[in-house]
Every structure is written in structure tokens, then in C-alpha cells.
Design a protein around this ligand. Structure first.
Ligand code: ZN
Ligand code: ZN
Length: 235
């Protein structure tokens, strides 16, 4: 399994928002501006799955642009959009406010919308995807573990504070891309000291810090494991 880091920032950073591509075919989150960052670097024709952790702009706001692209490609498979609530509704709202003409009929031809609630899992082709409840500022918000047919797996915290769902996710996998938004504790995100403590507690696991403000990215390279954009992590 190969995970390419497409972005490791958040809305308030000078780097692309956190986003990942598994085996060139499974996209995890699609933040605002990411389509510009990956244009010409990612083969959109290969994308078969889009996972969304939650519906904040730095996790889904370029979905309508990618769907536009997908609808214009000659793929004969349906791209599955997997999220903790039906992504079709916010997608249609985005088309409405951006005055883009995409009709439900056309979208339904190219895409399939899968609702995966926290505590549940779904199997798609060669992957199993498990969702765990993240604690953030909105209700439908999950962490994911993705397992391939060889049993290799990887976790994505999305946005969360320390919580039961996050710990269950961490128990399931040895490689975790983890929210390390802030230098100090907050009520919505993890911070440097919490991720450092997790690295000490689980010495054999790899915690890749993502979703960082610039201060974290610039000043904590020795304390954290920070992947650069375009890095490919082999699992
Ligand atoms: Zn969020
Ligand atoms: Zn976020």
C-alpha cells in the first residue's frame, strides 16, 4: 500500500490542506484549493473512491470540481464517495451556489454515494473501510482505517480531539496520519504535546503529523514526524 501526501496543512496555513491518495485510486479528503495543487500530478481517471472525514471546507470544498472532472472522463466504473453523511446534498448545494450546471442524473451515472457512520464499516472491492467517531465541532465527523486485500492498513484521524473513537482507530493500525493542528490544547483539535505523548506511548506506531498550522510545521520537526507534500509513504 502506498499513501501519497497531497497536502499537510489546513485552512489557515500556506500549505495545501491535508489530503491523501492511496494506491493512486483512493482519495482521503478534498480540501479547498487541492485541485489546483494536484492538477497535472494526479491521474483523475484512476480515482475510484473518495473518502470524506467531515464537511468542513478544508476537507470537502473542492469535491464539486473533482466531480465535474470525473463526469467528463470516459470511466466505465462508478466513483464511490464515502462519507459519514450523504455527500450528494452538500455537493448539489455547491453546484447551486457556483451556478454550475450538473444534473443529478449525470452525477448518479458516474458516482455512487455511500454513507458510512461511525462504528460501521464497508467493503469496497479490495478495501475494507472502518469509521470511528471523532470529536470535533460538528456532529458527523469520523476517523477512518483503510485495510487492503493484503491486510496492510492505515488510519486517518481527520479533525478530532483526544477521544474514544480516536483511540479505537489507533489500536487498529500502526500508521496514522494525525491531526496536529495547534501548538497548544484546543477544544476542536489535537496539539503537539498530545501527539508527542501518543508517540511515546505507542513506540512501534508511526504517527505522521498533518493538518498543522505553520508554527507547528516550522518549529516542531524534531519532536514530530512530519511528512512533506508529495511524499509517498510505503505501508
Ligand atoms: Zn474540521
Ligand atoms: Zn480541518
Amino acid at each position: 500500500m502506498k499513501v501519497k501526501v497531497l497536502g499537510n496543512g489546513l485552512t489557515w496555513s500556506n500549505r495545501a490542506g491535508s489530503s491523501f491518495l492511496i494506491n493512486e485510486e483512493m482519495l482521503v479528503d478534498i480540501p479547498q484549493g487541492i485541485m489546483k495543487s494536484i492538477w497535472g500530478k494526479v491521474d483523475f481517471q484512476k480515482i475510484k473512491y473518495i473518502l470524506i472525514t467531515h464537511f468542513h471546507s478544508d476537507h470537502f470544498a473542492d469535491l464539486h470540481i473533482l466531480v465535474d472532472k470525473i463526469c467528463s472522463l470516459p470511466n466505465d466504473f462508478k466513483v464511490k464517495v464515502i462519507a459519514p453523511k450523504n455527500a450528494l446534498n452538500p455537493l448539489m448545494q455547491m453546484y447551486k451556489v457556483t451556478s454550475t450546471k450538473r444534473y443529478k442524473k449525470e452525477i448518479n451515472k458516474h458516482l455512487q454515494f455511500v454513507v458510512l457512520k461511525a462504528g460501521n464499516n464497508v467493503e469496497v472491492d479490495n478495501y475494507k473501510i472502518e469509521a470511528f467517531k471523532a470529536e470535533h465541532s460538528i456532529k458527523d465527523c469520523v476517523c477512518y482505517v483503510v485495510t487492503d486485500k493484503f491486510g496492510k492498513n492505515v488510519g486517518f484521524s481527520g479533525d478530532t480531539i483526544m477521544c474514544e473513537g480516536l483511540m479505537k482507530m489507533i489500536e487498529k493500525t500502526d500508521t496514522i496520519f494525525i491531526d496536529t493542528s495547534n501548538t497548544d490544547n484546543s477544544s476542536r483539535h489535537l496539539c503537539v504535546s498530545e501527539v508527542v505523548a501518543l508517540r511515546k506511548k505507542y513506540k512501534k506506531k508511526r504517527f505522521y503529523s498533518v493538518h498543522m498550522i505553520d508554527e507547528v510545521y516550522n518549529n516542531y520537526k524534531k519532536k514530530l514526524l512530519i511528512p512533506e507534500i508529495d511524499d509517498i509513504i510505503e505501508i
